[in-house]
Write a protein that binds this ligand. Structure first.
Ligand SMILES: C[S@@+](CC[C@H](N)C(=O)[O-])C[C@H]1O[C@@H](n2cnc3c(N)ncnc32)[C@H](O)[C@@H]1O
Length: 312
């Protein structure tokens, strides 16, 4: 039988190499009083602790901890690796460049999203609603896959993404087309200029953001549109009863997000509609992509055509 302490150490991956290894030296504790540990800081001590915690960088405090308790080094290294993995999922630069690198292991001149497919319904809506003379923005153009389809349909095109490296991919994929103004962007559209565009087009972009981020991003997109301008966006939605349960099955069998190295959010369609309406858009049209449009099995996309509401 192992003790609770052993079970915990085992779970944390800190179990000693052999069962007979001597126990690690205990962490230095306050041994000056009769009680082993003191939990009753004075007000002055509390202030000093808060000041230290607030003023010192996390990594400096970690270095100090490891100096005092070197046996925590393995635990710290494992935590750092887990953090790096989570960081990759959350970061929109390296994770996509890693994706491109993976594609190129199989297709030497392959581009971001070579396996994704799924553009017919989306591009059908762009062709139907956006004027041929429009000054348009493609948000999150990635490797230029959708940019290639959008460019011939609009008058002038700005395409943005979060890194120069990603934009270099898009530039290389569109050299045969009319000029495109590629711009690096940051944050959640805070850098977009007021009322610049007739249309903003974002394919497979919004699912990277959570509820609050979407409220901010969509408000900024609205601000960047001329009055009456259009926002055309695809998201992953649950529309029909049973779809969430089906998705739960996937999570049960494969683990949450296990198939995706990227951060992906899925919400009921109604929730997206509420967000768009709260951010000042009217819903002009919404169409679900057809499953046969995709080369890989995916949560269905809903493609929204939204119009910047003109205030009364
Ligand atoms: C799933 S990829 C889609 C790329 C392309 N639209 C397509 O469908 O092939 C998402 C893209 O959004 C970009 N992205 C992430 N955050 C962004 C942001 N805040 N502003 C603009 N683009 C962003 C990512 O770098 C990535 O290239």
């Amino acid at each position: 039988m192992i003790s609770t302490r052993d079970e915990l150490a085992d779970r944390e991956g800190e179990r000693p190499a052999t069962a007979h290894a001597p126990a690690a030296a205990p962490a230095p504790l306050n041994t000056s009083s009769t009680a082993p540990v003191r939990f009753d800081a004075t007000e002055e001590e509390s202030k000093r602790i808060q000041a230290l915690a607030g003023s010192t960088k996390g990594w400096v405090r970690l270095a100090r901890l490891l100096m005092h308790q070197p046996h925590l080094a393995v635990h710290a290294a494992k935590t750092a690796l887990r953090g790096a993995n989570a960081g990759l999922r959350a970061d929109h630069t390296l994770s996509w460049l890693i994706h491109v690198d993976t594609v190129r292991q199989v297709i030497p001149n392959g581009g971001m999203g070579a396996t994704w497919g799924g553009l017919d319904t989306f591009m059908g809506l762009v062709a139907k609603h956006v004027s041929r003379s429009a000054h348009a923005l493609e948000l999150g153009c990635g490797g230029g896959r959708v940019t290639r389809h959008i460019r011939p349909l609009v008058g002038t095109l700005v395409a943005n993404d979060v890194s120069e490296r990603i934009l270099a991919e898009a530039r290389a994929a569109t050299t045969d087309l009319a000029p495109i103004d590629f711009r690096v962007t940051y944050g959640l559209g805070d850098d977009l200029r007021d009322q610049e565009f007739d249309a903003v087009i974002g394919h497979e972009l919004l699912m990277q953001f959570d509820f609050d981020e979407l409220l901010r991003f969509c408000s900024n997109i609205r601000r960047s549109l001329k009055p009456g301008g259009l926002f055309i966006a695809s998201v992953y939605t649950f529309d029909d009863s049973g779809e969430i349960a089906q998705h739960m099955g996937m999570i049960r069998d494969h683990g949450a997000g296990a198939r995706s190295p990227f951060r992906v959010h899925r919400m009921p369609r109604r929730t997206y509609e509420d967000i768009f309406e709260a951010c000042g858009f009217d819903i002009v049209e919404a169409q679900r992509s057809r499953p046969e449009e995709y080369q890989a099995k995916k949560t269905p996309h809903t493609n929204f055509v939204l119009r910047r509401r003109v205030e009364a």
